[in-house]
Write a protein that binds this ligand. Sequence first.
Ligand SMILES: CC(C)(COP(=O)(O)OP(=O)(O)OC[C@H]1O[C@@H](n2cnc3c(N)ncnc32)[C@H](O)[C@@H]1OP(=O)(O)O)[C@@H](O)C(=O)NCCC(=O)NCCS
Length: 176
Amino acid sequence: MDSKNYAAVVQLSDVGTIQVRAIRADDRERILGLFNRLTRRTIYFRFHEPKTELSSEELTLYTQLDFDERVALVAVVGSGDAEKIVGVGRYRRIPDADPPCAELAFAVEDVYQGRGIGSGLLKHLARIAKMSGISVFEGRILPGNSHFLAFLEKSGFPIERLGQIEGLDRYVVRIA
Ligand SMILES: CC(C)(COP(=O)(O)OP(=O)(O)OC[C@H]1O[C@@H](n2cnc3c(N)ncnc32)[C@H](O)[C@@H]1OP(=O)(O)O)[C@@H](O)C(=O)NCCC(=O)NCCS
């Protein structure tokens, strides 16, 4: 599977569908647009700090991926010049982890939350990860991020709490 060209259609939980595709180097402006539309709360839960901007280096880091160590899928609405990213799910392989493991990060635009976009991104990320030998995802979340915990619990994958690291709650999600 060529995950750099990954594309799928996700059924939303209310009505309709949304396109999911691999992130691309030309998504810088669209990622910045998403960041600028996120509420402070969502930014805080995503980055674990009250971040107000994304640097050029961060935009490069978030959009130019090798699709082996680092993979990201975006959910988009519209097309051509009007295409907008409304959600991102990504993982980063944790070096030398046994079993092979990758750390997750997600952000869905607030007005689009609760419609199944995060779940769709997770399902397709798990497909890509399994193909590259990853059997476990790790989620590190701020204590109090009950939405993300509920989101993991709803995923259908077995999850387990691992304790804390640097003030964050650690959860493992067994995908294989
Ligand atoms: C967590 C997050 C990615 C979930 O994405 P989403 O598209 O809203 O998730 P889904 O619509 O697929 O929801 C799946 C389940 O998660 C739970 N959930 C999601 N959003 C919720 C909310 N606002 N309130 C309560 N539960 C919620 C529900 O159990 C839901 O299942 P249900 O709709 O059958 O009840 C999104 O809320 C988000 O971007 N949060 C802020 C950033 C963050 O916390 N990132 C994680 C750390 S990196």
